[in-house]
Design a protein around this ligand. Structure first.
Ligand SMILES: NC(=O)c1ccc[n+]([C@@H]2O[C@H](COP(=O)([O-])OP(=O)(O)OC[C@H]3O[C@@H](n4cnc5c(N)ncnc54)[C@H](OP(=O)(O)O)[C@@H]3O)[C@@H](O)[C@H]2O)c1
Length: 260
């Protein structure tokens, strides 16, 4: 019999689903059977994706979320659970970057990156994690094994890269955050893991690959290629599944060997 993963009956909340990796994560989890909640600021983009997913026969919901606003996080998560049901899977994906030398970083640039990538990701995970743990305490002891939080860190959280130093610092924080959450929340049946993608062609960097600097960078990569968003599908689905119940606090590179 073929090995397969089925997420039917699961509810997945994906931040930053309006484009790039987040949109692909939502499509993939829907195709694996999950009901998906698409959350970010650009509601029109979320509605377009919702239509695409519904066109494929999936169950999708669009909810406005600004991860830099604690009230927005609380209301988006509450709204999601009322409209769709308890969240089983969080893909904590919203993220931003700037390109600057460290000497050029202004306090606003620093806050822009840390408010979204670290503080935003932390409070989204905290809000969803608290709800997952409340479900665990309502279940028979040891019987709740269903919470899955996947933090989207970066290869840049493991290896420092030029011109994006503050982004690298923020993603290193996401990696430690993942381990801290896994340590505290694992015993409640909530598994927290991080994916560290390498260079993937999305809105955040698409223009760069056409430039001389971008081409130079591609030529320095081990296999001289950037990835596509769907290159993370298998890893994501595995981490979201019941079958990953023994994986907690893992930091997994999906970078085509960039970090070796
Ligand atoms: N692409 C890569 O090569 C790569 C590599 C490693 C890691 N990553 C990480 O993967 C994640 C997705 O990146 P991407 O390449 O898909 O970038 P992207 O295309 O620019 O997408 C970023 C997403 O984050 C959302 N976002 C930004 N600020 C937000 C806020 N305040 N509140 C809610 N959502 C917010 C955006 O949605 P709205 O604008 O609609 O709010 C957007 O959907 C990021 O965490 C990034 O650091 C990417």
């Amino acid at each position: 019999m073929a090995y397969s993963i089925d997420l039917s009956g699961r509810v997945a909340f994906i931040t930053g689903a309006s484009g790039g990796l987040g949109a692909q994560f939502a499509l993939t989890l829907s195709r694996a059977g999950a009901a998906v909640i698409l959350a970010s600021r650009r509601i029109d983009k979320l509605k377009d994706l919702r239509a695409t997913i519904e066109g494929e026969g999936g169950d999708a919901h669009a909810i406005e979320l600004d991860v830099t606003d604690p009230d927005s996080i609380k209301s988006a998560v509450a709204h999601a659970e009322t409209e769709v049901g308890s969240i089983d899977i969080l893909v904590n994906n919203s993220g931003v970057s700037t390109t600057q030398r460290l000497t050029e970083v202004e306090p606003e640039d620093y806050d822009f990156i840390f408010d979204t990538n670290v503080k935003g990701a932390f409070f989204v995970a905290q809000e969803v994690g608290k709800r997952m743990m409340a479900r665990a305490t309502g279940s028979a002891p040891g019987s709740y094994t269903g919470g899955r939080i996947i933090n989207i860190a970066s290869a840049a959280g493991l290896r420092v890269l030029p011109q994006i130093g503050v982004y690298c610092m923020s993603k290193a924080a996401v990696i430690q955050m993942t381990k801290a959450m896994a340590l505290e929340w694992g015993k409640f049946g909530v598994n927290v893991n991080a994916i560290c993608p390498g260079y993937i062609d999305t809105e955040i960097n698409h223009h760069h690959w056409q430039t001389d600097g971008g081409q130079k960078l591609v030529n320095m990569l081990p296999r001289k290629r950037v990835g596509q968003p769907q290159d993370l599908d298998a890893l994501l689905v595995m981490l979201c599944s019941d079958q990953s119940h023994f994986i907690n606090g893992a930091v997994i590179a999906a970078d085509d060997g960039f970090g070796i």
